[in-house]
Design a protein around this ligand. Structure first.
Ligand code: GAL
Length: 656
């Protein structure tokens, strides 16, 4: 299987989505000049080119792309070539309305935007395969080609009739019999028992709460259908290209619609699009979380497929990046394992829905600050490349996350809509990030033995295999910390007897879990050690468990808030941020996990990648960092030791 290494050949890929069809051909030559000036070595071409490549059904216009591929190759710029299948031309929907998806109310998603295709439509899949086949046959051997990019941000749902038929096929494969489906979905409730497959539908608009099993399976089905679309195109491009050309599709961070653990197994390179809000005080931590997740899915170097050089255009108010922030966040991605730093998009559009979204070449042109900063980043990445590419980030801590559990745990009939899986992941990751502890993410069934500490912010549904895995992890010497709502349900979202799997209760030192006591938005639960938010629980501890914090006052007065049973911990509320940080840092220290560097100022993040130490100042104020020994700063060329000064948004990349 090729990895990113074959595409980078020792360089950090640097560039972005290039949409030359929006510009006259003279501009292409200007583009290549500017790309060379900025150290761009990679562009992603053709993401939205279907209408240009196939102006009428079955016709092909490759002439313009031939000229471009040659031009880029002459300029020494590699091409990540996209299949254009995420935005079908208007003629497809016009001739074949059945290719258009429908929402849960039955409304059609028309052309005029993008991503108006049904993953289940046989006609869509046929046309997508045909254009992919011809594109791959023509360019699979082109010397400019470095990677294939399939579709773009797969994210559509479809509740229409063809999707309903595919859903039934998918369910037949999963369950075999209607009896098994009725059992998994618990259809004895509310008279929902199915007597014939034809009666089964996607969870369309309904009067009141929908069947949670049906909703859960529809999410699984959607992820699988989109994956089928990806795999079909991937297999076509692979047939036409040399074995070293990798294939990817770009993920959206923590996107609910795709089981990205499963998807990553089908990719040669895992890539992600990342757009933290420049005004978000925790933008850097959001970036770190997504980067940790993507690196874990890739099990090594990964690709930052898209970020913004300045503002995006899809928030309510879209702020530019202050001077230095683009560089800082780009180097943060490299520190956390990225071997590619790319943008949406190369040249800012003058028309269309994204004309106010930044580009590497802004409306202000090459004199613009944005382009000047891009040039600096390009030059610095070139300087770092030979030392970073291919190297790994090692972590002693894993944070568990699984899409199926997220889906099951977000059903509308849950006890508190305040409980939100991404927010809980973020809270726990943030606590560890602020304590300067490096984290991977892992699936609950992954091999966890390499980690000293495993934390479980919110794994509401756990399979028997996952529970076995956690038990044997702790038996083998690992330290485990579980948050509330761990292991409540099985893979069908059936509540386990006792409200939590019995073996997990024994592991965590819980004798009886009497009631869950969710908290209102502004409510807190006092304990003798900290304040909890969001949730609390009425628990009796097992005899040999030690109570590490107790609720104070209210209905739960005197009951355990935090329990410990040997190396297994249970936290029945969400401690306030500083308390969660202190709790996890203490447990990590006891488990033998060290911070990346001791004595770091709050605003500085330190990351080790291979033998390099990255220091990233997320603050606007300059700051001094104590670094033991003498090291070489790869960015400045200076020898540094003792105290390293980092300016506003400053970065040092230190080699031994
Ligand atoms: C991504 C997408 C790009 C562009 C970008 C704008 O989601 O892949 O095509 O729309 O967002 O931020």
């Amino acid at each position: 299987m090729p990895g990113l290494g074959d595409a980078t050949r020792g360089r950090v890929l640097f560039g972005g989505d290039y949409n030359p069809e929006q510009w006259p051909e003279e501009t292409w030559h200007e583009d290549v000049r500017l790309m060379k000036d900025a150290g761009v070595n990679s562009v992603t071409l053709g993401v939205f080119s279907w209408a240009k490549l196939e102006p009428r059904p079955g016709e092909r216009d490759f002439g313009w792309l031939d000229r471009l591929m040659d031009l880029l190759h002459e300029g020494g710029i590699g091409v990540v070539l996209a299949t254009p299948t995420s935005s079908p031309p208007p003629w497809l929907g016009h001739l074949h309305p059945e290719t258009l998806p429908r929402d849960e109310d039955g409304r059609v998603e028309w052309w005029g935007g993008r991503q108006h295709f049904s993953h289940s439509s046989a006609v869509y899949r046929r046309y997508a395969a045909a254009i992919t086949e011809d594109l791959a046959a023509r360019y699979g051997g082109h010397p400019a080609l470095t990677m294939w990019h399939i579709n773009n941000e797969y994210c559509t749902y479809d509740w229409g009739d063809e999707a309903a038929a595919r859903f039934r096929d998918w369910l037949r494969t999963r369950y075999g019999t209607l009896d098994a489906l009725n059992s998994a979905w618990g259809t004895a409730f509310w008279s929902q028992g199915y007597g014939a497959w034809e009666e089964v539908l996607p969870p369309r608009h309904a009067h009141y709460l929908k069947n949670p099993g049906q909703v859960l399976d529809f999410k699984r089905f959607t992820s699988d259908m989109l994956l089928e679309c990806y795999v079909a195109e991937r297999d076509i491009v692979r047939r036409h290209s040399p074995a070293h050309i990798p294939v990817t599709t770009n993920f959206m961070p923590l996107w609910a619609g795709q089981d990205a653990w499963r998807w990553a197994e089908e990719e040669d390179v895992v890539s992600v699009d990342l757009y933290p809000d420049p005004r978000d005080p925790f933008g850097a931590q959001h970036g770190a979380l997504v980067q940790d997740m993507t690196r874990s899915q890739a099990r090594g170097p990964w690709m930052l497929m898209e970020q913004a050089a300045g503002p995006v255009n899809w928030r309510g108010v879209n702020h530019p990046k202050p001077r230095g922030l683009n560089r800082l966040w780009s180097l943060q991605a490299v520190a956390r394992g990225a071997d590619a730093v790319c943008y949406f998009q190369w040249r800012q559009s003058r028309q269309g829905a994204e004309k106010f979204h930044s580009g590497m070449v802004p409306h202000a042109g090459e004199e613009g600050r944005t382009f000047q900063e891009i040039k600096q980043i390009g030059a610095e990445l070139a300087r770092l490349a030979h030392r970073v590419t291919g190297s790994h980030v090692d972590c002693d801590i894993a944070i568990l996350h699984d899409w199926h559990s997220w889906w099951a745990g977000s059903h509308e009939g849950r006890l508190s809509t305040e409980v939100d899986h991404p927010q809980l992941l973020t809270a726990w990751h943030r606590a560890l990030w602020q304590a300067h502890l490096a984290t991977d993410f892992a699936h609950p069934e992954h091999d966890l033995t390499a980690y000293k500490l495993v934390v479980v912010p919110h794994s509401y549904a756990l399979t028997d295999a996952a529970i076995d895995n956690l038990l044997s992890y702790v038996r083998g010497g690992g330290t485990l910390v579980c948050g509330f709502l761990t292991g409540v349900a099985d893979q069908d979202d059936r509540v386990r007897p006792g409200g939590m799997d019995a073996r997990l209760r024994a592991l965590l030192g819980i004798r009886t879990l009497h009631e869950w006591w969710p908290l209102d938005e502004d409510e807190t639960a006092e304990t003798d050690r900290f304040r909890g938010i969001l949730w609390s629980e009425e628990i009796d501890p097992a005899e040999d468990a030690s109570v590490e914090a107790v609720y104070k006052g209210g209905e739960l007065d005197g009951l355990p808030a935090v329990l410990r049973n040997g190396r297994a911990w249970y936290v029945s509320t969400l401690p306030e941020p500083h308390a969660l940080r202190a709790l996890l840092a203490g447990i990590a220290a006891e488990a033998g996990v060290r911070p990346v560097l001791d004595g770091l100022p709050d605003q500085v993040e330190a990351v080790r990648r291979g033998d390099l130490l990255f220091l990233l100042n997320h603050g606007r104020e300059a700051v001094a960092v104590e670094v033991p020994g003498s090291r070489h700063d790869l960015l400045t060329g200076a020898q540094v030791g003792g105290e390293v000064m980092l300016g506003r948004y400053g970065v040092a990349v230190l080699a031994p």
